[in-house]
Design a protein around this ligand. Structure first.
Ligand code: TYD
Length: 769
């Protein structure tokens, strides 16, 4: 392709995307090589088998230890047994991956006695056999079963190392450039990089796949257990056979593999690059000095994931589950991690990556804390999945940031360093976590109704989660690239995803916008309304756009001066928005905050109508610019004074300005623009026919404001006084009524007494006669 055909590509993708894309293509290109694809398939299948074998051995050892009461029995014994499996595996990796790497490499080298392909086949075969018989030991020799299973874990680990050493030294020979006969292959760095990526990715996905395989196998096992008693007693048996089957599958793929007999670079130790690369210059700690912290963060989250996997079997048991739950925990955690790694670049893209790293680490920590605290299985699975996602996001983000810390040439060594540190942290965490669970043991606290019963695994999860929090705090404190900007602020913005500010009414005061074409009579109405509202006791601020502020005045003269004819439409839109931003910030908002009523002659709608509908710009874009300029402030009421452009033109008294001089069609479009806006939100608009007499227009607006305008302090006081006066009057009336009634009663009583007296006198008189 000639350079002339290329500019589109340059415009389309920013550098990072291009690089990521080319890396992706390089990885895919590798898989087009049939032999390399075969080797990779074997790696994937064998890798899943290896991880499944490890999980199955953990279950088998746990069950054996519990049945035999090994390591002192009880919870501690079980946790120590789990520690022992991871210990055996790590010992094998360390011994044969690092200490004995030299001899191992020479054995499997071009001139060595061991053929690489046959060694891999042998390692697969051996592991297949080991796993076929693994579930049987407990029946054959119950007292030795634990030791034999631990040896099995060790030997499987050694076989894995042998396999990997052979693969690592064989794979470069399969890379695209055909090597000259007999010479050492020196593959292109790009290819090596792609190979490393592919291998790393395969390792990553092997764990969730193994978790899924364990879940399925354990379910089948349970099903078989309902009919066959042996399976009911050996919960991990079927899983063990699936692992054996995977090794057999890997083996059969390898039999068809053709490896050229070429010299290749030697295999690498898992510890290679552990020492921080020294470059002699200040780049030792990175461009910004953040390398140690970034490595720490990556190591911490990786260790946390490993620790969780390591205590998962114990935690599953504490939650009342078996191998199915164990498999599910591993699946959701490591599956979550893979999802996190893949989605990290798309997570809150507007947020600083360093802040995202700190947040992701903290999120993982809080999730693990919660996972240890919650006793409900479904909730734990959900939380553990979230912890996995957080860890994946943190790991990927940390890695990306680390890449930025140094130049291309040093990057490979730095990546190596990171991977070595992560491997060590994973190994240590897998070893220490079950040990800690054993040390803590189960605890039960009871106080009244509240019962707090947790196993050592739950406490370990909480501890791991708690340990991540200071790491997050450290990253935020020491490596923050946005210090001074509150995190809350950044986060809110990032969550909004760079969208417009949310539209909102002012909490205080009352904001009225008067809109309409030129000559609609806005200023007349503004004055009349202001007078009326002031009379109600409100503070009223009458203002206008453009030109209500000192800067606005200068902008106004640029905008309306006929000499600015030909001003680009976008520049025009931005100048109006600039005037508005200054206006809202220095005039409108402060007045509203004081509680004033603000009447603005023109606001956002003028821009949407004139620059959007009138010109050839998009009204939505114009509205968005203004929303940004005003930080989303919307009027409580927009009064649209609607009048036909011809009628309005007759009212012009002065020479028309730049916009007034626009042709009639322009003003027609502006009018429709205003009406469209009003139709979209009738609640906030009042459309008035502005061809009427100004007094009639004011009356219509006043009627609406009567319903909407909050009462002024004076009105509130007057109403309060009126209420008090009415109460007083009512009280007075009630008192009068009471007095009148009392008087009537008294008169009645007197009358009755008089009658009684008369009656008595009458009787007396009669008696005397
Ligand atoms: P205005 O102050 O109403 O003009 P006058 O004082 O001459 O009546 O508005 C000035 C001009 O600016 C008017 O023609 C409309 C135009 N305008 C826009 O095009 N976009 C805008 O955002 C605003 C506020 C005004």
């Amino acid at each position: 392709m000639t350079p002339a055909n290329q500019p589109t590509a340059i415009h389309q993708a920013p550098d990072d995307a291009l690089v990521a894309d080319s890396r992706e293509r390089a990885v895919r290109a590798l898989l087009c090589q049939p032999q390399l694809k075969r080797l990779w398939s074997a790696q994937l299948v064998g890798g899943v088998g290896d991880m499944l074998a490890l999980l199955v051995l953990v279950v088998l050892v746990l069950q054996t230890a519990i049945a035999a009461g090994s390591f002192g029995g009880g919870y501690r014994g079980a946790a120590l047994a789990v520690t022992a499996v991871f210990g055996a595996r790590i010992l094998a990796t360390l011994l044969f991956g690092a200490v004995l790497l030299g001899p191992l490499t020479s054995l499997t080298s071009q001139d060595g006695p061991l053929d690489r392909r046959w060694t891999m086949i042998g390692a697969d075969g051996l592991r297949a056999v080991l796993l076929v018989i693994a579930p049987l030991w407990i029946d054959w020799t119950p007292e030795n079963a634990l030791a034999i299973l631990l040896v099995t874990a060790f030997v499987a680990g050694v076989a894995e190392r042998l396999w990997t050493v052979c693969r690592e030294s064989a794979a470069p020979a399969l890379l695209p450039t055909p090597p000259p006969e007999g010479a050492t292959v020196r593959p292109l760095p790009d290819h090596m990089d792609a190979l490393r990526r592919l291998s790393l990715r395969t390792t990553f996905v092997a764990l969730p796949l193994a978790g899924a395989a364990l879940v399925v196998a354990a379910l089948v096992n349970n099903l078989l257990g309902t009919g066959i008693d042996w399976f009911a007693r050996h919960q991990a048996a079927f899983g063990s056979y699936v692992a054996a089957g995977l090794f057999a599958a890997s083996l059969s793929v390898l039999t068809a593999l053709e490896l050229p007999g070429t010299r290749t670079p030697r295999a690498r130790s898992p510890l290679e690059g552990l020492r921080r690369p020294r470059s002699g210059t200040a780049t030792e700690t990175g461009r910004t000095g953040a390398i140690p912290l970034l490595v720490l963060a990556c190591a911490a989250v990786s260790g946390a994931v490993a620790a969780t996997v390591a205590v998962a079997v114990l935690h599953a048991k504490d939650l009342g589950g078996g191998p199915v739950l164990f498999g599910l925990l591993v699946l959701v955690l490591t599956g979550g991690t893979v999802v996190g790694i893949r989605t990290a670049p798309k997570v809150l893209p507007a947020l600083s990556r360093r802040r995202l790293l700190a947040l992701a680490v903290a999120f993982t920590g809080v999730a693990l804390l919660a996972a240890g605290l919650v006793p409900d299985v479904a909730t734990v699975l959900l939380i553990v999945a979230l912890a996995g996602i957080g860890a994946g996001i943190a790991a990927n983000t940390g890695h990306t940031l680390l890449d930025q810390e140094t130049e291309d040439q040093r990057r490979t060594r730095l990546t190596e360093h990171l991977h070595a540190v992560v491997r060590v942290s994973v190994a240590l965490a897998a070893l220490i976590a079950p040990l800690v669970a054993a040390l803590i043991g189960p605890h039960r606290l009871e106080s009244g109704k509240f019962v707090f019963a947790h196993g050592g695994a739950a406490f370990t999860l909480m501890l791991v989660g708690a340990l991540l929090l200071p790491v997050a705090a450290l990253v935020l404190a020491k490596a923050d690239d946005r210090s001074g900007v509150p995190l809350r602020h950044d986060l809110r913005d990032a969550l909004r995803g760079g969208d417009d500010p949310a539209q909102a009414l002012a909490a205080n005061g009352f904001f009225i916008a008067l809109e309409g074409g030129d000559g609609a009579g806005k200023s007349t109405q503004a004055t009349a309304l202001a007078e009326w509202i002031r009379a109600k006791g409100h503070e009223v601020v009458v203002t206008r756009e453009p030109g209500a502020t000192p800067v606005g005045k200068r902008l106004r003269s640029i905008l309306l001066d006929v000499s600015s004819a030909g001003l680009s439409h976008r520049a025009e839109a931005l100048l109006y928005a600039a005037d508005r931003a200054e206006h809202v910030d220095t005039v409108v908002r402060p007045a509203l905050e004081r509680g004033a009523v603000v009447i603005s002659d023109r606001y956002i709608d003028s821009s949407v109508a004139y620059q959007g509908a009138g010109r050839d710009l998009s009204p939505t874009e114009i509205a968005r610019i203004s929303r940004w300029a005003t930080d989303g402030l919307v009027p409580h009421l927009t009064v649209l004074l609607d009048v036909s452009p011809e009628a309005a033109r007759e009212r012009f008294t002065e020479a028309p300005d730049r916009l007034e001089s626009e042709p009639a069609e322009f003003h027609e479009r502006v009018r429709t623009g205003f009406l469209t806006l009003a139709a979209a939100d009738p609640g906030r608009y009042l459309v008035v026919d502005a061809a009427q007499e100004p007094e009639a227009v004011t009356t219509v607006v006043r009627r609406r404001l009567d319903l909407m305008l909050p009462l002024s302090e004076a009105e509130v006081k007057a109403q309060e006084e009126a209420r008090k006066a009415a109460e007083e009057e009512a009280r007075r009336k009630a008192e009068e009524e009471a007095a009148r009634k009392a008087e009537e009663e008294r008169a009645e009583r007197e009358r009755e007494e008089m009658l009684a007296r008369l009656r008595a006198e009458e009787e007396e008189r009669k008696r005397r006669e």
